[in-house]
Write a protein that binds this ligand. Structure first.
Ligand SMILES: CC(C)(COP(=O)(O)OP(=O)(O)OC[C@H]1O[C@@H](n2cnc3c(N)ncnc32)[C@H](O)[C@@H]1OP(=O)(O)O)[C@@H](O)C(=O)NCCC(=O)NCCS
Length: 252
């Protein structure tokens, strides 16, 4: 009985052509490999997404929560036709991108999240996933949304995406934007970088282990935490203060 139900709950994936790994040189001079991962690799990525749930800055919290859910659903067979690409520098995880195929011609971009800032790793990883949709999967267009102003600048403005406002996007049902093949062709010479094949030793290092990000985004430091814990070891005063600030003192 349980086995039969699982056959109904578990989507049957349509086989997608694999993403051929590529690499590019960042402004820091380091090489970054972008490659596809399998279901089995997902737990190694999730542990580095989870801490970002607590970073409000630049909407990391919202995006991390959604990425976590999408990757977990992929791992547990609860997502239709999803793929996940990771970007690594010397094995270190620096970005994650994912998406899925909606129909044979239409792609759905899900998320891009950068775990190292200031080197356009997110922009390069996004370009690699658009290349996957258009060149490998043969999609005519990819539906995209942005959850953060930086995302809007990177995708909508840099690629000059077209509005598809009559189509709700899978991410929250908000109006979609689209990258068409024509727009992607126009962006190829400026926004899409990288080479293939990846040198075998570079790829082997990336595949050997997904190493933790060395400088991931973090929540602001709580500078008074040590002092507070000295005088308020059970945090009673802190909880009372937070309740008061939240306007819930009457209910406390
Ligand atoms: C959107 C995102 C993927 C872009 O990644 P990216 O291309 O590697 O770009 P960065 O985030 O490092 O930098 C973006 C800008 O913020 C600046 N910046 C912000 N924080 C920075 C930091 N700690 N160090 C250096 N630069 C920083 C950069 O200078 C850059 O400015 P520019 O656009 O003039 O180049 C990334 O910002 C991210 O993961 N954001 C949170 C999740 C998100 O919004 N995802 C997209 C959903 S639509």
């Amino acid at each position: 009985m349980a086995v039969d139900l699982e056959r109904i709950l578990r989507p049957v994936d349509n086989p997608l052509k694999p993403f051929e790994a590529k690499y590019m040189t960042l402004a820091s001079g380091e090489n970054m490999v972008v490659r596809q991962i399998d279901r089995d690799d997902v737990p190694d990525v999730l542990r580095h997404i989870e801490p970002l749930l607590h970073v409000e800055r630049d909407f990391y919290d919202v995006v991390a929560a959604r990425v976590y859910a999408e990757l977990l659903a992929y791992y547990r067979h609860r997502m239709q036709d999803e793929y996940v690409l990771v970007a690594q520098v010397d094995g270190e995880l620096v970005a994650v991108v994912n998406g899925r195929e909606v129909t044979p011609g239409l792609g759905m971009s899900l998320h891009t999240i950068a775990l190292r800032r200031g080197l356009r790793v997110g922009a390069h990883a996004f370009a690699a996933k658009m290349e996957y949709h258009i060149d490998t999967l043969g999609h005519q267009e990819v539906l995209i949304v942005a959850e953060s102003p930086i995302g809007f600048r990177r995708w909508m403005i840099e690629y000059q995406l077209e509005k598809r406002f009559d189509t709700p996007h899978e991410l929250g049902g908000v109006p979609s934007w689209a990258l068409t093949k024509e727009l992607f062709d126009r962006a190829r010479s400026t926004l899409v970088v990288g080479r293939r094949p990846v040198p075998p030793e570079m790829l082997a290092k990336a595949e050997a282990k997904i190493l933790p990000p060395s400088d991931p985004p973090t929540p602001p430091a709580d500078l008074l935490a040590a002092t507070r814990s000295l005088y308020d070891p059970t945090a009673t005063a802190l909880i009372a203060q937070r309740t008061l600030l939240g306007g819930e003192a009457d209910n406390a």
